[in-house]
Write a protein that binds this ligand. Sequence first.
Ligand code: SF4
Ligand code: SF4
Length: 432
Amino acid sequence: MVEAQQMSQPSWLNESELYKCVHCGFCLQACPTYLATGLETESPRGRIALMKAVNEGRLEISDQVMRHWDLCIQCRACEDVCPSGVPYGNLIESTMDRLRVHRKIGFVPRLAYEISLRYLIPNQRNLAIVFSMMNFYIKSGLQKLVRKTKILKLISDRLERLEKMTPSINGKFFRAQGQFYSADVEGTEKIQMLSGCVMPLTQGDQMRAAVRMLNRANKDVEIPSNQGCCGAINSHVGGLEKAKELARANIDAFSKGNDSEPIVVASAGCGARMMEYGHLLSDDADYALKAVNFSKRVVDINEFLDQSKLQPGEASIHKIVTYQDSCHLANVQKVKDAPRNLIKSIGGVDFCELKGSNVCCGAGGTYMITEPEMSEAVLTEKIRNLADSGADIIATANPGCFMQLDNGIKAAGLDVEVKYVTELLDETYKQK
Ligand code: SF4
Ligand code: SF4
C-alpha cells in the first residue's frame, strides 16, 4: 500500500478504500462500458488505476482522464463481484465531486447544469412545471409534427436524439402531500413511502399501482409532505453538497411522528441512495446518527411485498415475462430474487430469464442524456437479448431503466411492453 506521506497532493479519496483494489480484473466482465469497448481505461480496474495515479501525483487531471471517469455509468456491477470488497461507488462519487473544479465548460452549459441540479430536480414544483410543458408538447400534437418534419435534425443530431428520449406522462401527477391510504384492515402496520422527483410526475399511474399493492399487502401507507428528491442524481454528477442537503431534508420529512416505520421505495435508484445516507452524512455531527437510523428503515417495494407474502389477484396474465435487474437494486441493495418471485407468483405468467439481465441497460440516471453514444451502445446489446428472449413483457423496478428500455424497444420496433413488477401485480386485481 502506498503511504499517505508519499502523496504529492492532498487526496480527496479515502485511501483505505482506494488501495483495496489489487487489480485482479474479476470485475472486467461485469462492466458494461468495458464489454462495449474492450478497453482497459473503460473498465473499473482502469478507472481505479487512474485514481491511484492522480492520487500519487503521477498523473494530472486532464480532459482525457476525466473522460474515462465520466463514461462510468455508476451501475456498481464491479462492486457486486469484487472479491476484495472495493467500495467503488464511494470512490467514483468522490471523484465526480472533485472534478467540478477541473471542468472547463462554457457559461451557458454551466448555467444550465447548475439550474437543473440546484433548482429543478430538487424542487418538485419547478419540475412539475417542466413536465406539464412536456405533457402539452406530447398531447398537443407538437411532438408528432417535430418528429415528422425532422426539424431538430437541422439544428443538431444531438438535439434530435434528446427529443427521442422525451418520456411519456402516465396519468395525473402523484403528489406528496401528507396523504394517507388505508388498507381498511384493523390493527395493520403503517409504513411511509417515498414519492421522489421524476417518477411521480412521469409515472403517476404506476405510483398509484404501487400504493394499491401495499394496501393489498395490508399496509397503511403515508406519503409524508416536505419530502423530495433522494439526491442520487446530484451525487452521481458530482454535487455531493446538494445531495447532503436533500438527504437532511428527507430525514426530517420522514422522522415526524413515528420514526421507526419502514420507508418503502418504488424506485431502485432512490432506495440505494437512501440506504447510504449513513455514509453520505457520516461527517455531519447533527445528522450522522439520524442518517444511520434512517437508512436502516429503507426497504425496496419488491422486497417488502415479497416478505409480506403478497398474494396476487385472481386475474391471470398469459404472457411471456422477463425481468431486467435494476443495477441499484441488484448491485447495491442485493435484491435479486424478490422481483422474480413476485412475477412468477402471477397466474398464467411464463417467466423467462433474460440473457445478461444483470448487465446495466445504459440508463444511469442522467447518463442517457449526458453520454448518449455509450448509453446507446450498451442498450443495443440489451435490446438484442430482449428480442432473442421472445418475451411479451419486460419488467423492471426503476424509472430510469423503464424509460431507457422503452426508448430502445420503440427504436427497434419490438412488440414488447415495459412494466413495473408492481404494475403487473396490480393488473391481477382488475376485472377482465
Ligand atoms: S475493483 Fe475489485 S475486482 Fe476489480 S480489479 Fe480491483 S480488486 Fe479486482
Ligand atoms: S460502476 Fe459500472 S460502468 Fe462504472 S466501472 Fe463499475 S461496472 Fe463499469
